[in-house]
Design a binder for this molecule. Structure first.
Ligand SMILES: CC(C)(COP(=O)(O)OP(=O)(O)OC[C@H]1O[C@@H](n2cnc3c(N)ncnc32)[C@H](O)[C@@H]1OP(=O)(O)O)[C@@H](O)C(=O)NCCC(=O)NCCS
Length: 312
């Protein structure tokens, strides 16, 4: 059994924080941020706006887009690293907010910025086993919660938002989530982590070096496994951490610039929501079209990394 994509939705908080807004509150510049990261603006949730709130709106929009009701979903998987509460899971809170009455299960995965690939990996396994019929995969983050305002090297990098994708089981193995690979290496725990007082700590240059190697590694694995090359892929949608990482990784894999989807300029790094938000943006703007093949690599704290191959 395979799957097919039947709906998508996203939510970005109203408040937009530009590089110029950062210039007013810390020793940084639009020029530095654009040159080093490609970021121009990011969305920040209101203080009273939670990961669950954002995930719920994205999920509702995805249900509307798929033209189904919440009780047609039989599993929800949420990728998030920034839930405000330890339990219950964001997934079950979303099911509650949407009024589900069919006892569909829901759970969260914590894969940092690779979280949405981990979630897709789980969804693929359930479809392959024939265990579930419609699975909603959500990525939702309030990374602004973790910002250390005294650290300009990380404060400017992150944003908030949520995206949701709904997949339905299918007899075709060439549509929906065709393949996934996920990996982790706990040898570099201090390269990028959250402190006990909820701040981001990162060795930027080391993280950069790992990202430009590991994302292409996962993407290459997927292409080899599927017996395809960059020529067969319509779009590469990498985790939106940094424009230089995106471009150098994609070029290493032989992708021309016009096949690389970039949203990091508008959303910054939304961690586990990044790829799902990016896909939703591409659908909303008619950039990625139905039937196209998307290569979807990601990298994050852990270290974690992985990739998915999706026919949308
Ligand atoms: C964070 C990152 C943009 C920094 O760029 P860099 O070229 O590596 O910069 P460095 O950390 O070497 O710092 C260079 C200088 O810029 C300064 N700097 C750091 N942040 C700054 C900011 N926001 N504004 C202005 N200057 C800044 C540093 O203090 C340093 O100054 P110095 O040379 O006087 O000491 C880059 O390392 C990166 O993108 N890393 C990967 C991050 C990532 O993707 N994380 C998420 C993974 S999911």
């Amino acid at each position: 059994m395979g799957s097919r994509l039947i709906g998508y939705g996203s939510y970005l908080p109203q408040r937009v924080m530009t590089n110029q807004d950062f210039e007013k509150i810390m020793d940084t510049s639009d020029e530095w941020i654009v040159q080093r990261t490609g970021m121009r603006e990011r969305h920040f949730a209101r203080d009273d706006e939670t990961v669950v709130d954002m995930a719920t709106v994205a999920a509702r929009r995805a249900l509307e887009n798929a033209n189904i009701s919440v009780n047609d979903i039989d599993m929800v998987i949420v990728a998030t690293t920034s839930p405000e509460t330890d339990f219950p899971s964001v997934a079950v809170q979303v099911l509650g907010n949407l009024g589900a009455t069919n006892n569909a299960p829901g759970f969260d995965v914590r894969g940092a910025c690779t979280g949405y690939i981990y979630a897709l990996h789980c969804a693929r396994a359930f479809f392959t086993a024939g265990m579930h019929r419609r699975i909603m995969v959500i990525g939702a983050e309030k990374m602004s919660r973790f910002i250390d305002w005294s650290d300009r090297s990380t404060a400017v990098l992150f944003g908030d938002g949520a995206g949701a994708l709904i997949f339905e089981s299918s007899t075709s193995s060439y549509s929906g989530i065709i393949d996934t690979v996920v990996m982790a290496d706990g040898a570099d725990l201090e390269m990028l982590y959250g402190t006990t007082d909820h701040h981001i700590k990162m060795n930027g240059p080391e993280t950069y070096k790992k990202a430009v190697t590991l994302m292409p590694q996962a993407a290459s694995y997927i292409m080899e496994h599927a017996g395809i090359t960059a020529d067969n892929v319509d779009w590469i949608v990498p985790h939106q951490a940094n424009l230089r990482i995106i471009q150098s990784g994609a070029q290493r894999l032989g992708f021309p610039l016009d096949k690389i989807l970039v949203t990091v300029d508008k959303h910054a790094n939304t961690s586990g929501a990044s790829g799902v938000l990016a896909l939703s943006y591409a659908f909303d703007n008619n950039i990625i079209k139905k039937g196209q093949l998307v290569l979807y690599p990601a990298f994050g704290a852990g270290l974690t990394w992985g990739a998915a191959l999706i026919r949308v």
